[in-house]
Design a protein around this ligand. Sequence first.
Ligand code: FES
Length: 338
Amino acid sequence: MQADEKSWLETLNQFLPDIHAVDRNAVQIWFRFHPLALLRFIESAEDKAKTLHQSAMQGDFDLKDQIDSSHKFLYGHRYWKTVKEEIEKRAESFSDSNANLKSEIEQIAKAVSEKAKAEKSLTLGISAIGLMTLLQAGFEAFKAAKGETEKPKGLMTKSPDQIVTERAKDDSQGVFGFLKTIDKKFTVTWEDKLSTGQFPLKNQAELATASALDQTQNWKERDERCWEGVIPVECRSASCGTCWIGVIAGEEKLSDVQRLERKQMKIFGYNQPDEAKPFMRLACQAKAHGNVSIVIPSWNGVFGKKVYDNIEQLELEPVTTSAKKLRETISEATENSK
Ligand code: FES
């Protein structure tokens, strides 16, 4: 059961076709928001505070503090109490080094599916998340968590198929809307650790630009990384990694990843497939031409080089001067790992 992150992601990939579309991106995003390799890197550090500083870590990244809540953006979150109980019941067998990760997840998902009277396609993802949470948080902390779930609200009260259909829709552009080009308007639906909401977006605007125009709340009061809108930003030039987001639905309605964004996402450490429209993006780079649903992580950092060591050419490209201090920290973080 002591599989590394690579084995977990390979197992997850095998399950992906069996996970309902309502949670398919969300499960993959969750595993990138909580990278096992990063946890092990931090745990093995002699000086943890120095390592966190060198990785430019900001926000709440410790899964131990979010056992019941880290997955609330999944449809499967509603089955969390049952998943947690099932995992605790089976916890003894997890220490068996011969235990097979794939079959453990399947058995948990099947038991939860029977108890909750839900399709297994809806319990697979949250079962995998439960097992990874146990691994990262440890049995004591896992057991001590209350197993609380948030009551589904709004769109999440609909059926999984209805949610998928609703998320795929774009806002109506009114009469003769098909003739419009630049003045089309869309909606970004977001979720973060505190709440959910929406902001409008002009056709082809970057997600972070649209987020900054929404001044309906004091965003900085909610999260000190949020200087402008609900999406934390700093450099706006793909230099800092503050604005990373997961795309729950609508990734096909975002601009293709360009060279700079691709390279920087590797440096920052988003261990995802090399695709033109992946599920993790930098909100200051991704432009939307339709409605999208996103989840905003509660932390950010720069750890790709140190944790995955998969960056051949390391070259930061700072563009603005507004984030000078942060870039220095990032530069230091990457230099120290060479
Ligand atoms: S705001 Fe710095 S990478 Fe997007």
